[in-house]
Design a protein. Structure first.
Length: 292
């Protein structure tokens, strides 16, 4: 099995026609058919079956296609990585984080670093923790940021460090009856309506019930973390969130919570076997130095 066979298989599955696929690939139809047949012999299953003049992919083919496309994509990323290294493109940093961290912590981290490093470019994306671990394992990204290391044992290549402990605060609209308070107890909030961020990509969700010890009234559950503060400012409810510089104090009041409800840990991870440019190493040191 080789990459050429995988590419042939991918194009045939997209066209469902050997003639069309051979034209796209600029090879003869017999050569294409022979390549697919050899692939089927090696896998000991039929990848396609006849359907009139055309063909259709089998259940075995559909399963194998996912992995073939993933392999081809990984190779393409590898080629891009090598090209970047050949061009000495050492000022590009690719990072990925969970959605909540990406909405609160990462923007200011990047912005502050760029103040003294104007020649640096960041590639940034949000994903689930499991996807971040896989991207670090296969060297698709340089650095990852996440709040759980529960499944990190499955990824021996990944090294992690705790870089931040964020405290939780209560935010309310400026016209709320608690707006002028400096501190509140959780028991005072039992009759309030809450805005609860619904992180569909977080495999380990921490509910308000777990966080504050009782089941509150939920008014809205936005799926975008950036919407939460806007809904509170509009008067749709109150929320317990991480205390970050992104909170607009012109429209919201930040109130400390007297009860201890823990803090959110933020970890940075990287592949200990990867090559890292001087710029990436400098950014890593900057993040670690910011640990509070």
């Amino acid at each position: 099995m080789n990459l050429q066979q995988l590419e042939y298989f991918k194009v045939v599955s997209q066209t469902n026609n050997f003639t069309t696929a051979s034209n796209i690939l600029s090879i003869t139809q017999p050569a294409l058919s022979k390549a697919i047949s050899k692939l089927e012999e090696e896998l000991e299953v039929k990848l396609f079956e006849r359907e009139g003049r055309n063909i259709k992919i089998t259940k075995y083919g559909e399963t194998f296609l996912k992995y073939a496309e993933s392999a081809l994509n990984d190779v393409e990323r590898g080629i891009e990585k090598i090209q970047d290294m050949k061009k000495n493109n050492d000022n590009v940093i690719s990072i990925v984080s969970t959605y909540c961290i990406g909405a609160t912590y990462i923007p200011f981290l990047i912005s502050n670093f760029l103040n003294n490093h104007t020649d640096v470019k960041f590639n940034f994306n949000n994903q689930s923790t499991e996807e971040i671990f896989k991207d670090l394992k296969y060297e698709r990204v340089d650095l990852g940021f996440f709040d759980s290391i529960e499944k990190i044992d499955k990824y021996s290549e990944i090294e992690t460090i705790l870089v931040k402990k964020e405290e939780y605060v209560l935010i309310v609209p400026k016209n709320h009856h608690l707006a002028n308070r400096e501190e509140v107890e959780l028991k005072e909030l039992k009759d309030e309506y809450f805005i609860a961020y619904n992180d569909r990509n977080n495999e380990k969700k921490i509910s308000y019930s777990e966080l504050i010890g009782y089941t509150p009234k939920i008014a809205v559950e936005p799926t975008e973390a950036t919407m939460l503060a806007s809904l509170v400012a509009a008067g749709a409810g109150i929320a317990i969130i991480l205390n970050t510089p992104m909170i607009n104090t012109n429209k919201l009041s930040i109130i400390k919570i007297k009860d201890y409800i823990g803090r959110k840990n933020i970890y940075m991870g990287w592949n200990r076997n990867s090559y890292y440019s001087k710029t990436i190493e400098e950014f890593k040191k900057y993040v670690i130095k910011d640990l509070k």
